[in-house]
Design a binder for this molecule. Structure first.
Ligand SMILES: [Zn+2]
Length: 501
Protein backbone atom coordinates (compact mmCIF):
# COMPACT_ATOMS: atom_id res chain seq x y z
CA UNK A 1 0.00 0.00 0.00
CA UNK A 2 1.54 3.26 -1.24
CA UNK A 3 -0.04 6.61 -0.35
CA UNK A 4 0.94 10.06 -1.62
CA UNK A 5 0.88 12.85 0.97
CA UNK A 6 0.82 16.61 0.45
CA UNK A 7 -1.06 19.75 1.28
CA UNK A 8 -1.89 23.34 0.48
CA UNK A 9 -3.43 25.49 3.19
CA UNK A 10 -4.75 29.01 3.40
CA UNK A 11 -7.48 30.74 5.34
CA UNK A 12 -8.58 33.75 3.31
CA UNK A 13 -10.25 36.85 4.72
CA UNK A 14 -12.02 38.77 1.99
CA UNK A 15 -11.91 41.83 4.29
CA UNK A 16 -8.09 42.02 4.19
CA UNK A 17 -6.48 44.35 1.65
CA UNK A 18 -3.27 42.27 1.65
CA UNK A 19 -3.15 39.85 -1.30
CA UNK A 20 -1.68 36.39 -0.73
CA UNK A 21 0.98 35.63 -3.35
CA UNK A 22 2.89 32.59 -4.57
CA UNK A 23 6.01 33.99 -2.85
CA UNK A 24 4.17 33.96 0.50
CA UNK A 25 3.49 30.25 0.13
CA UNK A 26 6.93 29.37 -1.21
CA UNK A 27 8.74 30.90 1.77
CA UNK A 28 8.01 27.80 3.87
CA UNK A 29 6.98 25.27 1.22
CA UNK A 30 8.44 21.77 1.18
CA UNK A 31 8.94 19.29 -1.63
CA UNK A 32 9.65 15.54 -1.53
CA UNK A 33 12.01 14.53 1.28
CA UNK A 34 11.90 18.04 2.78
CA UNK A 35 8.40 17.13 3.97
CA UNK A 36 9.86 14.44 6.23
CA UNK A 37 12.49 16.88 7.53
CA UNK A 38 9.86 19.51 8.33
CA UNK A 39 7.05 17.37 9.72
CA UNK A 40 8.29 13.99 11.02
CA UNK A 41 7.82 13.88 14.82
CA UNK A 42 5.69 17.04 14.87
CA UNK A 43 2.09 17.28 16.06
CA UNK A 44 0.86 18.32 12.62
CA UNK A 45 -1.43 16.72 10.05
CA UNK A 46 1.58 15.58 8.04
CA UNK A 47 3.18 14.23 11.21
CA UNK A 48 -0.02 12.23 11.75
CA UNK A 49 0.14 10.78 8.21
CA UNK A 50 3.78 9.78 8.73
CA UNK A 51 3.09 8.05 12.07
CA UNK A 52 -0.03 6.30 10.74
CA UNK A 53 2.08 4.93 7.88
CA UNK A 54 4.52 3.47 10.39
CA UNK A 55 1.80 1.98 12.64
CA UNK A 56 -0.50 0.64 9.90
CA UNK A 57 2.39 -0.35 7.69
CA UNK A 58 2.01 1.54 4.49
CA UNK A 59 4.46 3.62 2.54
CA UNK A 60 4.00 7.38 2.26
CA UNK A 61 5.33 9.22 -0.75
CA UNK A 62 5.88 12.93 -0.01
CA UNK A 63 4.85 15.32 -2.79
CA UNK A 64 4.39 19.02 -2.07
CA UNK A 65 3.26 21.05 0.94
CA UNK A 66 2.74 24.79 1.30
CA UNK A 67 0.89 27.11 3.62
CA UNK A 68 1.06 30.71 4.67
CA UNK A 69 -0.48 33.05 7.21
CA UNK A 70 -4.12 33.98 6.71
CA UNK A 71 -4.59 37.17 4.68
CA UNK A 72 -6.53 38.46 1.68
CA UNK A 73 -7.42 36.81 -1.63
CA UNK A 74 -4.96 34.28 -3.04
CA UNK A 75 -3.76 35.44 -6.45
CA UNK A 76 -4.60 33.41 -9.54
CA UNK A 77 -0.90 32.92 -10.16
CA UNK A 78 -0.53 31.41 -6.69
CA UNK A 79 -3.46 29.00 -6.98
CA UNK A 80 -2.41 27.84 -10.45
CA UNK A 81 1.26 27.52 -9.41
CA UNK A 82 0.54 25.62 -6.19
CA UNK A 83 -1.95 23.30 -7.86
CA UNK A 84 0.53 22.50 -10.58
CA UNK A 85 3.30 21.71 -8.05
CA UNK A 86 1.00 19.38 -6.10
CA UNK A 87 -0.27 17.62 -9.23
CA UNK A 88 3.29 17.22 -10.55
CA UNK A 89 4.29 15.67 -7.21
CA UNK A 90 1.37 13.24 -7.34
CA UNK A 91 2.13 12.31 -10.96
CA UNK A 92 5.78 11.68 -10.02
CA UNK A 93 4.65 9.49 -7.11
CA UNK A 94 2.54 7.49 -9.56
CA UNK A 95 5.38 7.08 -12.00
CA UNK A 96 7.65 5.60 -9.34
CA UNK A 97 5.16 2.85 -8.40
CA UNK A 98 1.49 1.97 -8.04
CA UNK A 99 -0.45 4.47 -5.93
CA UNK A 100 -3.33 3.37 -3.67
CA UNK A 101 -4.50 6.72 -2.36
CA UNK A 102 -3.78 10.33 -1.45
CA UNK A 103 -3.81 12.04 1.94
CA UNK A 104 -4.22 15.78 1.54
CA UNK A 105 -3.77 18.43 4.21
CA UNK A 106 -6.08 21.29 3.16
CA UNK A 107 -7.84 24.09 5.02
CA UNK A 108 -11.24 24.60 3.43
CA UNK A 109 -11.41 28.41 3.54
CA UNK A 110 -8.97 29.26 0.76
CA UNK A 111 -10.38 31.80 -1.69
CA UNK A 112 -8.63 32.80 -4.88
CA UNK A 113 -9.38 35.69 -7.18
CA UNK A 114 -9.90 33.04 -9.89
CA UNK A 115 -12.06 30.66 -7.82
CA UNK A 116 -13.92 31.30 -4.54
CA UNK A 117 -13.89 27.56 -3.80
CA UNK A 118 -10.15 27.06 -4.14
CA UNK A 119 -10.12 23.60 -2.51
CA UNK A 120 -12.56 22.31 -5.13
CA UNK A 121 -10.32 23.86 -7.80
CA UNK A 122 -7.37 21.92 -6.36
CA UNK A 123 -9.32 18.69 -6.02
CA UNK A 124 -10.65 18.93 -9.60
CA UNK A 125 -7.04 19.17 -10.82
CA UNK A 126 -5.96 16.21 -8.68
CA UNK A 127 -8.96 14.16 -9.84
CA UNK A 128 -8.11 14.98 -13.45
CA UNK A 129 -4.64 13.53 -12.86
CA UNK A 130 -5.65 10.37 -10.94
CA UNK A 131 -9.23 9.66 -12.04
CA UNK A 132 -12.48 9.37 -10.08
CA UNK A 133 -11.73 6.12 -8.19
CA UNK A 134 -8.50 6.67 -6.30
CA UNK A 135 -9.26 7.32 -2.58
CA UNK A 136 -8.47 10.90 -1.58
CA UNK A 137 -8.84 11.72 2.11
CA UNK A 138 -8.83 15.41 2.84
CA UNK A 139 -8.03 16.84 6.24
CA UNK A 140 -9.74 20.17 6.89
CA UNK A 141 -9.63 22.97 9.41
CA UNK A 142 -13.01 23.31 11.10
CA UNK A 143 -12.94 26.90 9.79
CA UNK A 144 -13.44 25.57 6.28
CA UNK A 145 -16.42 26.82 4.26
CA UNK A 146 -17.35 23.59 2.56
CA UNK A 147 -19.35 23.02 -0.61
CA UNK A 148 -21.14 19.86 -1.73
CA UNK A 149 -18.81 19.84 -4.77
CA UNK A 150 -15.79 19.55 -2.53
CA UNK A 151 -17.33 16.69 -0.57
CA UNK A 152 -18.10 14.85 -3.81
CA UNK A 153 -14.54 15.29 -5.11
CA UNK A 154 -13.02 13.91 -1.91
CA UNK A 155 -13.49 10.32 -0.73
CA UNK A 156 -13.63 11.36 2.94
CA UNK A 157 -13.42 14.80 4.56
CA UNK A 158 -11.92 14.73 8.06
CA UNK A 159 -12.13 18.06 9.88
CA UNK A 160 -10.37 19.05 13.08
CA UNK A 161 -12.56 18.39 16.12
CA UNK A 162 -10.95 21.10 18.20
CA UNK A 163 -10.61 24.86 18.18
CA UNK A 164 -7.89 25.68 19.36
CA UNK A 165 -6.55 23.27 16.74
CA UNK A 166 -4.76 20.88 19.04
CA UNK A 167 -5.76 17.78 17.06
CA UNK A 168 -4.43 18.28 13.53
CA UNK A 169 -2.01 15.41 14.23
CA UNK A 170 -4.77 13.13 15.55
CA UNK A 171 -6.98 13.86 12.53
CA UNK A 172 -4.00 13.14 10.24
CA UNK A 173 -3.47 9.85 12.04
CA UNK A 174 -7.21 9.09 11.79
CA UNK A 175 -7.03 9.84 8.04
CA UNK A 176 -4.23 7.31 7.70
CA UNK A 177 -6.30 4.69 9.54
CA UNK A 178 -9.32 5.43 7.32
CA UNK A 179 -7.13 5.05 4.25
CA UNK A 180 -6.09 1.58 5.45
CA UNK A 181 -9.77 0.70 6.08
CA UNK A 182 -10.61 1.72 2.50
CA UNK A 183 -7.61 0.22 0.67
CA UNK A 184 -7.18 -2.95 2.73
CA UNK A 185 -10.55 -3.38 4.46
CA UNK A 186 -12.75 -2.50 1.51
CA UNK A 187 -14.71 0.25 3.27
CA UNK A 188 -16.88 2.26 0.85
CA UNK A 189 -17.25 5.81 2.13
CA UNK A 190 -20.45 7.62 1.30
CA UNK A 191 -20.95 11.13 2.63
CA UNK A 192 -23.81 13.51 3.39
CA UNK A 193 -23.35 17.24 3.86
CA UNK A 194 -25.78 19.73 5.38
CA UNK A 195 -24.98 23.43 4.90
CA UNK A 196 -26.66 25.41 7.70
CA UNK A 197 -27.31 29.11 6.92
CA UNK A 198 -25.52 30.23 10.07
CA UNK A 199 -22.66 32.73 10.32
CA UNK A 200 -21.04 31.58 13.55
CA UNK A 201 -19.13 34.16 15.59
CA UNK A 202 -15.58 32.86 15.71
CA UNK A 203 -15.16 33.13 19.52
CA UNK A 204 -18.17 30.85 20.00
CA UNK A 205 -16.49 28.17 17.86
CA UNK A 206 -14.25 27.39 20.85
CA UNK A 207 -14.80 23.65 21.35
CA UNK A 208 -14.25 23.46 25.12
CA UNK A 209 -17.35 25.51 25.99
CA UNK A 210 -20.93 25.71 24.78
CA UNK A 211 -22.41 25.74 22.25
CA UNK A 212 -19.65 23.73 20.54
CA UNK A 213 -18.96 21.38 23.44
CA UNK A 214 -22.29 19.61 22.97
CA UNK A 215 -21.87 19.62 19.19
CA UNK A 216 -18.53 17.85 19.67
CA UNK A 217 -19.98 15.29 22.08
CA UNK A 218 -22.93 14.58 19.78
CA UNK A 219 -20.54 14.12 16.86
CA UNK A 220 -18.44 11.65 18.84
CA UNK A 221 -21.55 9.71 19.86
CA UNK A 222 -22.59 9.44 16.21
CA UNK A 223 -19.07 8.45 15.23
CA UNK A 224 -19.33 5.53 17.65
CA UNK A 225 -22.37 4.14 15.80
CA UNK A 226 -21.68 1.05 13.76
CA UNK A 227 -21.20 1.95 10.10
CA UNK A 228 -20.17 5.57 10.64
CA UNK A 229 -16.63 6.34 9.46
CA UNK A 230 -16.37 10.02 10.35
CA UNK A 231 -18.42 12.97 11.61
CA UNK A 232 -17.11 16.45 10.89
CA UNK A 233 -18.62 19.78 11.93
CA UNK A 234 -17.28 22.94 10.38
CA UNK A 235 -18.65 26.19 11.84
CA UNK A 236 -16.71 27.86 9.06
CA UNK A 237 -14.78 31.06 8.59
CA UNK A 238 -17.08 34.06 9.06
CA UNK A 239 -14.71 36.61 7.52
CA UNK A 240 -15.21 35.21 4.03
CA UNK A 241 -17.71 37.30 2.12
CA UNK A 242 -18.63 34.59 -0.39
CA UNK A 243 -21.82 32.62 -1.08
CA UNK A 244 -20.22 29.41 0.31
CA UNK A 245 -19.78 30.71 3.87
CA UNK A 246 -21.91 28.80 6.37
CA UNK A 247 -21.84 26.06 9.01
CA UNK A 248 -21.37 22.60 7.47
CA UNK A 249 -21.91 19.14 8.91
CA UNK A 250 -20.41 16.21 7.00
CA UNK A 251 -21.10 12.62 7.97
CA UNK A 252 -19.39 9.73 6.19
CA UNK A 253 -20.76 6.22 6.51
CA UNK A 254 -19.58 2.89 5.19
CA UNK A 255 -21.80 2.50 2.14
CA UNK A 256 -25.04 3.71 3.78
CA UNK A 257 -26.20 7.05 2.42
CA UNK A 258 -29.43 7.07 4.43
CA UNK A 259 -27.55 6.55 7.69
CA UNK A 260 -25.10 9.35 6.86
CA UNK A 261 -27.91 11.74 5.90
CA UNK A 262 -30.00 11.02 8.99
CA UNK A 263 -27.02 11.60 11.29
CA UNK A 264 -26.04 14.82 9.51
CA UNK A 265 -29.62 16.08 9.75
CA UNK A 266 -29.76 15.31 13.48
CA UNK A 267 -26.58 17.23 14.22
CA UNK A 268 -27.56 20.13 11.94
CA UNK A 269 -30.95 20.46 13.67
CA UNK A 270 -29.29 20.76 17.07
CA UNK A 271 -26.91 23.45 15.77
CA UNK A 272 -29.72 25.45 14.16
CA UNK A 273 -31.82 25.25 17.32
CA UNK A 274 -28.89 26.78 19.25
CA UNK A 275 -28.05 29.47 16.66
CA UNK A 276 -28.39 32.35 19.17
CA UNK A 277 -25.53 30.88 21.19
CA UNK A 278 -23.13 31.49 18.28
CA UNK A 279 -23.38 35.30 18.66
CA UNK A 280 -20.33 36.96 20.31
CA UNK A 281 -20.77 39.63 23.01
CA UNK A 282 -17.34 41.11 23.86
CA UNK A 283 -16.46 43.73 26.56
CA UNK A 284 -15.77 47.40 25.68
CA UNK A 285 -12.03 48.33 25.63
CA UNK A 286 -11.84 50.76 28.57
CA UNK A 287 -14.00 48.60 30.82
CA UNK A 288 -11.82 45.56 30.07
CA UNK A 289 -8.57 47.41 30.84
CA UNK A 290 -9.90 48.95 34.07
CA UNK A 291 -11.12 45.55 35.17
CA UNK A 292 -7.77 43.93 34.38
CA UNK A 293 -5.76 46.65 36.19
CA UNK A 294 -7.90 46.31 39.31
CA UNK A 295 -7.76 42.52 39.41
CA UNK A 296 -5.97 41.38 42.60
CA UNK A 297 -3.73 39.04 40.66
CA UNK A 298 -2.63 38.59 37.06
CA UNK A 299 -2.19 37.63 34.43
CA UNK A 300 -5.48 38.79 32.99
CA UNK A 301 -5.50 37.85 29.31
CA UNK A 302 -7.24 40.38 27.08
CA UNK A 303 -8.05 39.08 23.61
CA UNK A 304 -7.78 41.77 20.92
CA UNK A 305 -10.41 39.98 18.87
CA UNK A 306 -10.59 42.61 16.10
CA UNK A 307 -6.95 42.14 15.09
CA UNK A 308 -6.21 38.42 14.94
CA UNK A 309 -3.61 37.76 12.22
CA UNK A 310 -4.80 34.16 12.33
CA UNK A 311 -7.96 35.47 10.69
CA UNK A 312 -6.09 37.55 8.13
CA UNK A 313 -5.73 40.89 9.91
CA UNK A 314 -2.59 43.09 9.77
CA UNK A 315 -1.64 42.44 13.45
CA UNK A 316 -0.43 46.02 13.60
CA UNK A 317 -3.48 47.38 15.43
CA UNK A 318 -2.65 49.93 18.12
CA UNK A 319 -6.00 50.36 19.86
CA UNK A 320 -5.18 48.21 22.90
CA UNK A 321 -1.65 49.67 23.26
CA UNK A 322 -3.01 53.22 23.13
CA UNK A 323 -5.62 52.43 25.78
CA UNK A 324 -3.09 50.67 28.08
CA UNK A 325 -0.73 53.67 27.90
CA UNK A 326 -3.60 56.10 28.52
CA UNK A 327 -4.77 54.14 31.57
CA UNK A 328 -1.22 53.95 32.97
CA UNK A 329 -1.12 50.16 33.02
CA UNK A 330 2.03 48.47 34.32
CA UNK A 331 3.34 44.95 33.88
CA UNK A 332 1.38 44.84 30.65
CA UNK A 333 2.48 43.27 27.38
CA UNK A 334 1.05 43.48 23.87
CA UNK A 335 1.81 40.48 21.68
CA UNK A 336 2.58 41.14 18.95
CA UNK A 337 2.53 44.29 16.87
CA UNK A 338 3.67 43.42 13.39
CA UNK A 339 5.79 46.29 12.13
CA UNK A 340 8.94 45.45 10.12
CA UNK A 341 9.82 49.16 9.81
CA UNK A 342 9.74 49.68 13.57
CA UNK A 343 11.87 46.55 14.09
CA UNK A 344 14.49 47.91 11.69
CA UNK A 345 14.56 51.26 13.53
CA UNK A 346 14.97 49.41 16.84
CA UNK A 347 17.84 47.38 15.37
CA UNK A 348 19.47 50.61 14.18
CA UNK A 349 19.13 52.12 17.67
CA UNK A 350 20.54 48.96 19.30
CA UNK A 351 19.74 47.08 22.50
CA UNK A 352 19.58 49.24 25.62
CA UNK A 353 19.01 52.48 23.69
CA UNK A 354 15.86 54.49 23.13
CA UNK A 355 14.22 55.22 19.82
CA UNK A 356 11.29 57.39 18.76
CA UNK A 357 9.13 55.85 16.07
CA UNK A 358 5.64 55.47 14.67
CA UNK A 359 4.43 52.06 15.79
CA UNK A 360 1.77 50.01 13.99
CA UNK A 361 -1.37 51.10 12.21
CA UNK A 362 0.35 51.09 8.84
CA UNK A 363 -1.62 48.52 6.82
CA UNK A 364 -5.06 50.10 6.91
CA UNK A 365 -7.20 52.50 8.94
CA UNK A 366 -9.33 49.81 10.52
CA UNK A 367 -7.20 48.76 13.51
CA UNK A 368 -6.06 52.07 15.01
CA UNK A 369 -3.67 54.85 13.97
CA UNK A 370 0.15 54.65 13.98
CA UNK A 371 1.27 55.54 17.50
CA UNK A 372 4.23 57.95 17.99
CA UNK A 373 6.20 56.42 20.88
CA UNK A 374 9.59 56.73 22.50
CA UNK A 375 10.62 53.22 23.38
CA UNK A 376 13.51 51.53 25.10
CA UNK A 377 14.88 48.67 22.99
CA UNK A 378 15.02 45.89 25.58
CA UNK A 379 15.95 43.02 23.33
CA UNK A 380 16.57 42.13 19.68
CA UNK A 381 16.32 38.59 18.29
CA UNK A 382 15.90 36.72 14.99
CA UNK A 383 12.33 35.88 16.07
CA UNK A 384 12.66 32.07 15.83
CA UNK A 385 11.00 29.94 18.48
CA UNK A 386 9.91 26.31 18.92
CA UNK A 387 6.32 25.62 20.07
CA UNK A 388 6.22 24.09 23.54
CA UNK A 389 2.44 24.23 24.06
CA UNK A 390 -0.37 21.97 22.87
CA UNK A 391 -0.66 23.49 19.37
CA UNK A 392 1.94 22.42 16.83
CA UNK A 393 4.25 21.08 19.56
CA UNK A 394 7.82 21.00 18.29
CA UNK A 395 7.15 23.12 15.22
CA UNK A 396 9.60 25.94 14.49
CA UNK A 397 7.95 29.35 14.00
CA UNK A 398 9.59 32.37 12.45
CA UNK A 399 8.44 35.87 13.43
CA UNK A 400 11.38 37.33 11.52
CA UNK A 401 13.65 39.88 13.23
CA UNK A 402 11.87 40.92 16.43
CA UNK A 403 12.25 43.70 18.98
CA UNK A 404 11.03 43.91 22.56
CA UNK A 405 10.13 47.54 23.24
CA UNK A 406 9.32 49.16 26.57
CA UNK A 407 7.07 52.19 26.32
CA UNK A 408 6.29 54.62 29.16
CA UNK A 409 2.62 55.45 29.68
CA UNK A 410 0.57 57.90 31.79
CA UNK A 411 1.04 58.08 35.57
CA UNK A 412 4.26 56.05 35.57
CA UNK A 413 2.76 53.21 33.54
CA UNK A 414 4.84 51.01 31.30
CA UNK A 415 3.86 48.64 28.51
CA UNK A 416 6.02 46.03 26.80
CA UNK A 417 5.46 45.44 23.08
CA UNK A 418 6.76 42.54 21.04
CA UNK A 419 7.31 43.93 17.53
CA UNK A 420 7.68 41.38 14.74
CA UNK A 421 8.61 41.32 11.07
CA UNK A 422 6.08 38.66 10.01
CA UNK A 423 2.49 38.46 11.21
CA UNK A 424 2.12 35.86 13.90
CA UNK A 425 -0.78 34.87 16.12
CA UNK A 426 0.21 34.41 19.77
CA UNK A 427 -0.78 30.80 20.36
CA UNK A 428 2.23 29.57 22.32
CA UNK A 429 3.89 30.88 25.48
CA UNK A 430 7.27 30.29 23.83
CA UNK A 431 6.56 33.20 21.50
CA UNK A 432 6.96 35.50 24.50
CA UNK A 433 9.36 33.44 26.60
CA UNK A 434 11.82 33.13 23.70
CA UNK A 435 11.95 36.93 23.69
CA UNK A 436 12.66 37.22 27.41
CA UNK A 437 9.07 38.10 28.33
CA UNK A 438 7.61 35.88 31.08
CA UNK A 439 3.82 35.96 30.66
CA UNK A 440 3.12 34.63 34.18
CA UNK A 441 4.81 37.71 35.68
CA UNK A 442 2.50 40.16 33.88
CA UNK A 443 -0.68 41.75 35.18
CA UNK A 444 -2.08 42.10 31.66
CA UNK A 445 -1.30 40.11 28.53
CA UNK A 446 -2.94 41.38 25.34
CA UNK A 447 -3.08 38.68 22.67
CA UNK A 448 -4.01 39.35 19.06
CA UNK A 449 -6.03 36.19 18.70
CA UNK A 450 -9.63 34.96 18.47
CA UNK A 451 -9.48 31.60 20.27
CA UNK A 452 -6.17 29.80 19.63
CA UNK A 453 -4.43 31.59 22.52
CA UNK A 454 -6.72 29.70 24.90
CA UNK A 455 -4.82 26.41 24.49
CA UNK A 456 -1.58 27.84 25.89
CA UNK A 457 -2.82 30.79 27.96
CA UNK A 458 -5.78 29.26 29.83
CA UNK A 459 -3.51 27.38 32.27
CA UNK A 460 -1.70 30.60 33.29
CA UNK A 461 -4.58 33.11 33.03
CA UNK A 462 -6.46 34.25 36.13
CA UNK A 463 -9.14 35.47 33.76
CA UNK A 464 -9.72 35.74 30.03
CA UNK A 465 -11.70 38.64 28.55
CA UNK A 466 -12.76 39.03 24.91
CA UNK A 467 -12.38 42.74 24.13
CA UNK A 468 -14.51 44.59 21.60
CA UNK A 469 -11.64 46.00 19.53
CA UNK A 470 -12.25 47.36 16.04
CA UNK A 471 -10.98 45.38 13.07
CA UNK A 472 -11.68 42.86 10.38
CA UNK A 473 -11.69 39.87 12.75
CA UNK A 474 -14.34 41.28 15.09
CA UNK A 475 -17.44 39.17 14.37
CA UNK A 476 -19.77 42.16 14.63
CA UNK A 477 -21.42 41.24 11.36
CA UNK A 478 -23.43 44.45 11.12
CA UNK A 479 -20.17 46.42 11.15
CA UNK A 480 -18.54 44.32 8.41
CA UNK A 481 -20.16 45.04 5.08
CA UNK A 482 -21.05 41.73 3.51
CA UNK A 483 -22.05 41.81 -0.18
CA UNK A 484 -21.77 38.25 -1.42
CA UNK A 485 -23.12 35.99 1.32
CA UNK A 486 -25.98 33.76 0.38
CA UNK A 487 -29.02 35.27 2.11
CA UNK A 488 -30.89 34.77 4.24
CA UNK A 489 -28.31 33.85 6.87
CA UNK A 490 -28.48 34.03 10.67
CA UNK A 491 -27.84 36.38 12.52
CA UNK A 492 -27.87 38.98 9.72
CA UNK A 493 -31.42 37.89 8.96
CA UNK A 494 -32.57 37.22 12.52
CA UNK A 495 -36.16 36.28 11.72
CA UNK A 496 -35.38 33.84 8.93
CA UNK A 497 -36.98 30.44 8.86
CA UNK A 498 -34.97 27.35 8.00
CA UNK A 499 -35.11 23.67 8.74
CA UNK A 500 -33.15 20.59 7.73
CA UNK A 501 -34.89 19.24 4.64
ZN1 LIG B 1 -8.81 27.29 11.95
Amino acid sequence: MRIAIGGILHETSTFSNVQTTLADFMRTSAEGQEIFQNFANTKSAMGGYIDAARDFQFEVVPTFHASTAPAGLVTGEALIGLTSQLVQGIKAARQSGPLDGILLDLHGAMISEIDYDAESYLLRAVRKAVGPELPIIVELDLHGNITPEMVSLATVCVAYDEYPHIDSYERGYESGLLMAKIVRGGAKPTAAIVNIPLLAGIQREFTFAEPMLTVKHMAHDIENERGILNVSYLPGFCFSDIPQTNFAVIVTSDNNQAQAQAAANRLASYIWDHREDFVVRPMPIDAAIEHAMQAPQGPIVLADIGDNPGAGTPADGTVMLEALLRHGATRAVVAPINDPEAVQLAIKAGEGNTVTLDLGGKTDRLHGEPLRVTAKVVRLTNGDFVHTGPMGTGVLSKMGPAAVLEIAGQNGGSVTVLASTYRHQPLDLAMLQSQGIEPTEQQIVVVKSSVHYRAAFTPIAREIIEVDTPGISNPDFERLSFQNLKRPIYPLDPDMVWSVS
